[in-house]
Design a protein around this ligand. Structure first.
Ligand code: F0G
Length: 356
């Protein structure tokens, strides 16, 4: 079965020996994985690193890193005979589940926190034809409810508590090493439900155990200050942040995140919404990269460490940019912009631009 011309590049094929792919796993792809590692030209100097790269996970088919884990989780659900998949989501998981579910002809149910999901993500779930249920409560409440539902009904749960999601997502760590030819010293990423940090840690460890690399990176996770249960070491009942993707108060993979942090000699810290917005704007204006606010938490975290006096000058860092900026147009519209007034003739346009 062949779905793409460049079949060698899709992750279920490229990394099948490292994944629970069997002869019965349907190797369906939408072109996920093989995302670019973009070299920083300006922020690298601002932060004072030796090298800085952005892992452009927003270039996956539904615009977020979720597609790596989802392609495997949905394929395995099909392999085991499921006809329906379900997830709770702050938006990106639902878009991804909806896309892969529709590709396989499954029923997809997504449960999202009422009124708190970015518009671009909601329109994706609508377009792919998912059944959308909005729940009065937080993401954490939605996940609890969905987990209960899966105990009672024959439907596959495709949140990152499903180990196939983690397996698929770990391929991002393989790609970074395969592309760089080494491990970075630091991997910085946003932390919400903590599936991604768990998956990267698993991926780096597996390559290390196979002796493909000589060391593993320090994992530096960043939560939004208003949604920072791991940093505060307490469940946050009403998480709040402009970065709705990581508005999570009780991460399902909490203990795995702590393990990744400690075993990698890394850290999990918080960044404020203002710091997130500054990094979000800098990425777009200085690097030509438009990611969603949650993704910018990784860059905000490095900038914050720089300001607190950490010396990175001999380090190579990779920031994981998890989701596309177009997912959340409402936040982008809050950025300050210069509105030039002009009428439709050349003279008034020159005047408006101050080009005399
Ligand atoms: N960045 C983005 C853009 C996300 O959508 C998420 C999580 C994260 C970071 C955090 O990753 O949960 O593995 O620690 N989004 C989930 C969702 C919760 O439902 O789409 P994590």
């Amino acid at each position: 079965m062949s779905f793409l011309q460049s079949d060698h590049s899709f992750i279920l094929n490229r990394y099948k020996n490292m994944l629970p792919v069997t002869a019965d796993t349907p190797l369906v792809t939408l072109g996920e994985g093989a995302t670019p590692l973009i070299k920083s030209t300006r922020l690298v100097e601002m932060i004072g690193l030796r090298e800085l790269y952005f892992k452009a996970e927003f270039m996956n088919p539904t615009g977020s890193f979720k597609d790596r884990g989802m392609v495997l989780a949905v394929a395995k659900a099909v392999e085991s005979g499921s006809r329906a998949v379900i997830c709770a989501s702050t938006g990106n998981t639902s878009a991804s589940a909806a896309a892969y579910g529709s590709k396989h002809g499954l029923e997809v149910i997504v449960v999202v926190p009422e009124g708190r999901i970015a518009q671009g993500k909601l329109v994706q779930a609508i377009a792919y034809g998912a059944k959308i249920v909005s729940l009065d409560g937080s993401f954490d409440d939605a996940l609890t409810t969905v987990r209960e539902l899966c105990q009672k009904h024959p439907v596959a749960l495709v949140n990152s508590v499903n180990s196939d999601r983690i397996e698929g997502q770990k391929t991002a760590a393989f790609e970074i090493i395969d592309d760089l030819g080494k491990c970075p010293d630091i991997l910085a990423l946003p932390v919400g439900n903590a599936g991604n940090i768990t998956a990267y840690w698993k991926g780096f460890k597996e390559y290390f155990n196979l002796k493909r690399v000589e060391f593993v990176p320090e994992l530096w996770g960043f939560q939004a200050t208003g949604a920072s249960p791991i940093v505060q070491n307490v469940v946050v009942k009403n998480p709040e942040t402009i970065a709705t993707a990581i508005r999570i108060g009780n991460p399902a993979s909490w203990s795995q995140a702590i393990e990744a942090r400690d075993a990698s000699n890394g850290k999990i810290e918080s960044v404020t919404d203002n710091e997130i917005m500054d990094a979000y704007s800098l990425l777009a204006k200085e690097e030509g990269i438009f990611c969603e606010p949650a993704s910018a938490a990784s860059v905000a975290g490095l900038l914050k460490n720089k300001l607190s006096g950490i010396d990175f000058s001999d380090k190579t860092a990779v920031c994981v940019l998890t989701g596309h900026g177009l997912k959340d147009p409402d936040v982008a519209l809050q950025l300050k912009t210069t509105q030039l007034e002009s009428s439709s003739n050349i003279n008034s346009l020159e005047k408006a631009l101050d080009w005399h």
